[in-house]
Design a protein around this ligand. Sequence first.
Ligand SMILES: Cc1cc2nc3c(=O)[nH]c(=O)nc-3n(C[C@H](O)[C@H](O)[C@H](O)COP(=O)(O)O)c2cc1C
Length: 174
Amino acid sequence: MDLLQLMKNRRSIRNYTNDKIPSDKLELILQAGLLAPSSKNIRPVEFITVEDRETLKQLAQSKSFGSGMLKDAACAIVVIGDTRKEDAWVEDCSAAMGYMLLMAESLGIGACWVQERLRKNAFGKDSGAFVKELLDIPEYYEVEALLSLGIPEKKGEPRSWETEETGKIHRERF
Ligand SMILES: Cc1cc2nc3c(=O)[nH]c(=O)nc-3n(C[C@H](O)[C@H](O)[C@H](O)COP(=O)(O)O)c2cc1C
């Protein structure tokens, strides 16, 4: 399949079967994340994989809204940036997220980006701080996002380039 078609097919998947993700597929998703471009090639991005059901349930409560799917996910990849190494850690983490989303799609794994940075949980606690505490992440890392993964209950509708967004492309001048 060509890359553009893969990009059209990728949709956020928030409903999963009870099946596990084969470990070779999970490794490919992680590799894709590490292959993403990085500012000055400093590569401050690191991952924590979580498959433990109780921890996934806790992660589902990391935000007041938009993280609930994690309680039924097969795996979460917690994407963190080492702020000592690079001030563009947000961009680097985001590039890694994009790469992993596409790799997941190519492998038939359902995935959804769960933003943690700048978000709060239902008790008003900073989502990143909540995740750091839960997973023993050192204070000089920041949590950018979680990638929720699972075998899709059903595929999403492919996006259509023709009907969306074309007005956002400006040529030569705004
Ligand atoms: C920066 C960013 C943050 C997002 N955060 C969440 C989130 O916290 N929870 C969620 O369910 N989806 C989240 N999403 C997924 C978007 O809702 C989704 O990409 C958008 O609705 C378009 O749908 P699609 O991915 O199926 O094309 C996020 C996506 C991005 C790029």
